[in-house]
Design a protein around this ligand. Structure first.
Ligand code: PLP
Length: 444
């Protein structure tokens, strides 16, 4: 009997024993193409020799040194490399162990910034509905998925939620894309005014919404307008690139596509590429300086901040991404990826939308394509797709639609950047067979 506390108490999971390029192999020798990189983590696949050897070298040299006493070469070099490639005036990197910690740190940093500059009443966070920013209590409060939050309420952070930028579901038929983007961005201004501008500390959003909506980029111009609104009212912009960052959407930082720079940027997942658990929060100079010149101490911290082995792994990952121009390669191959998806699924009457950027794509399933009506949630379509794809040897990342019926079940694809065209085509075949099986089941 297993003593591991699993995610689902009644699941009967195979044991993964080996990684082989873009494949995972279980104890029975069955191979699974990692079509979602777990959850947009494994951007380099599972057998990158450079990262493996960087980890070994670092363990041999120095496994751990507490950041209360020391800094370390890999953490310093990784911070330099990230900042050299980061947008705007992001200037300092705070290393943590994952995405939720990065988001949690960002919320606390924003809060402390306003304390340091003498505006402690600014403690309200605005985020978006149908969003996920992590599972610790602060990050959970930021997220806009009610079903994740309800049993833990009341949550610890003052948060309100505005609409996401979700063109497929929410743009009106007579509305231009530009007008739609402006309308949903302006909800931020209305919410700031409703709350009182001097009470709002920050707005948080994902440049490309990952798990909750299924790879939904904002329409052109949305984030520029968001940035303008934040600047107008002194509200910090926190971008959560935990899922969509680190080359996944064809830029090292996803916000480059929107030509905006945040005040705080969160990354994780692809930063360690699954070789080590690591996340980071990048802070603008103005925020860092306010803390340095104020109390001189960010009131936050974890034992494993800037862990040398995790930092060495991430340093090798980022070098691998940059030396091989992988974000640009992902951008170049994005159209082919989309083409494969449209060829396989575009004509399916239950596929409402195919959207994404780079190697980050979502397929949204609907009961009725014309009215965009989702399937009845009780059918559990997403769960069935996950199971059927897994049986076909494909790991993909399905999510149920929202309970309010505003978005349908979807499948997220986020394969390793090193996947070959043949491997991608094989994954599409597996997914197509899984989709056919499941749709036949739910229609019968
Ligand atoms: N933010 C986003 C956008 C995510 O997708 C996730 C995880 O899926 C997180 C934060 C939390 O990251 P972690 O699971 O590493 O704590």
């Amino acid at each position: 009997m297993s003593h591991v506390f699993p995610r689902h108490c009644h699941s009967d999971l195979p044991t993964a024993v080996r990684g082989d390029g873009c494949f995972l192999v279980d104890a029975q020798g069955k191979r699974y193409f990692d079509g979602s990189g777990g959850a947009a983590v494994s951007c380099l696949g599972h057998s990158n020799a450079r990262v493996a050897s960087a980890i070994k070298d670092q363990v041999d040299r120095l496994a751990f040194a507490h950041t209360g006493f020391f800094t370390s070469d890999p953490a310093e070099e990784l911070a330099d490399l990230l900042i050299a490639n980061a947008p705007g005036d992001l200037d300092r990197v705070y290393f943590v162990s994952g995405g939720s910690e990065a988001v949690e740190s960002a919320i606390k940093l924003a809060r402390q910034y306003y304390v340091e500059v003498g505006q402690p009443q600014r403690r309200h966070l605005i985020a978006r509905r149908q969003s996920y920013h992590g599972n610790t209590l602060g990050a959970l409060a930021a997220g806009g998925n009610e079903w994740r939050r309800e049993q833990f309420s009341p949550l610890l952070v003052d948060v309100s939620h505005i609409s996401p930028c979700y063109e497929y579901a929410e743009r009106q038929p007579d509305e231009t894309v530009e007008a739609y983007g402006a309308r949903v961005a302006d909800e931020l201004e209305q919410e700031i005014l409703r709350l009182g501008p001097d009470t709002v500390m920050a707005f948080m959003a994902e440049p490309v919404v990952g798990a909750t909506l299924g790879a939904v980029p904002a329409v052109a111009g949305y984030f520029k307008r968001i940035r303008e609104i934040c600047d107008r009212y002194g509200v910090l912009l926190i971008l959560d690139e935990v899922m969509c960052g680190m080359g996944r959407t064809g830029h090292l930082f996803a916000c480059n596509a929107d030509q905006v720079a945040p005040d705080i940027l969160c990354i994780a997942k692809g930063l360690g590429a699954g070789y080590q658990p690591i996340g980071a929060m990048l802070s603008s100079r103005k925020i860092y300086d306010a803390i340095r010149d104020g109390s001189g101490f960010f009131q936050h911290g974890h034992t494993y901040l800037g862990h040398p082995v995790a930092a060495a792994a991430a340093l090798a990952v980022v070098r691998e991404l940059l030396d091989n121009d992988l974000p640009a390669r992902v951008a170049e191959r994005s159209a082919d990826f989309a083409g494969m998806l449209h060829a396989r699924f575009g004509q399916n009457p239950h596929v409402g939308d195919i959207r994404g950027r780079g190697f980050f794509w979502g397929i949204e399933f609907v009961a009725d394509r014309d009215s965009k009506t989702p399937f009845d949630a009780r059918l559990g379509l997403a769960g069935k797709l996950k199971k059927a794809a897994f049986a076909e040897g494909l790991v993909c990342y399905p999510m149920p639609g929202t309970r309010d019926g505003k978005s349908g079940d979807h499948v997220l694809l986020a394969p390793p950047f090193v996947a070959s065209d043949d491997e991608l085509a094989g994954a599409m075949d597996s997914l197509a067979r899984a989709v056919t099986t499941v749709l036949e089941q739910v229609e019968s």
